[in-house]
Design a protein around this ligand. Structure first.
Ligand code: HEM
Length: 135
């Protein structure tokens, strides 16, 4: 009897975007993320007067793109979008923490959350303008 062999090149690669459930899943995560962000006293002030529908649309596109989805982020450069806000290293860490919470609550695998964290964590130098003195 012959054993069927699987050529590695035949194995379909599934992107993180597909693995988590695509656009509906990422939209739900981003909505939950901003609920957590605007409910946070440390962060709420930054978002006063911001058009949240457009912000969520851009964030969904950015997260989808870093997860390998067929989506292209077409918002502003992150440096320009956050310029002059005086965002601190601590604010940044708290925001990333809320994103991790939203992904965890949605049942996303830790390995995938880690990759998203690395990709978005890498934007810190473009977003942060103030180094927090206390941790
Ligand atoms: C992982 C870190 C972050 C990512 C990936 C991120 C991503 C984004 C994106 C994609 C936009 C939309 C830009 C556009 O509409 O053209 C945006 C806007 C914004 N972000 Fe962030 N952001 C991060 C951290 C933060 C932090 C730490 C704060 C404040 C504490 C913040 C506050 C804002 C505000 C207030 C806007 C709206 C700006 C406006 O519409 O004028 N972001 N961000």
């Amino acid at each position: 009897m012959t054993t069927p062999s699987v050529d590695q090149s035949d194995v379909l690669e599934v992107s993180d975007y597909q693995a988590v459930g695509g656009a509906p899943a990422i939209t739900a995560v981003v909505n939950r993320f901003y609920d957590l962000v605007v409910a946070d006293e440390q962060l709420a002030g930054y978002f006063e007067g911001v058009e949240m529908v457009r912000l969520k649309r851009h964030q969904v596109a950015l997260v989808s793109q870093v997860m390998g989805g067929p989506v292209e982020y077409e918002g502003r450069e992150l440096r320009a979008a956050h310029e002059g806000m005086g965002i601190s290293t601590d604010d940044f860490a708290v925001v990333v923490g809320h994103l991790v919470t939203a992904l965890t609550e949605a049942g996303v695998l830790a390995e995938i959350i880690g990759r998203v964290g690395v990709a978005l964590g890498g934007t810190e130098a473009d977003i942060v303008e103030v180094t927090s003195t206390q941790a």
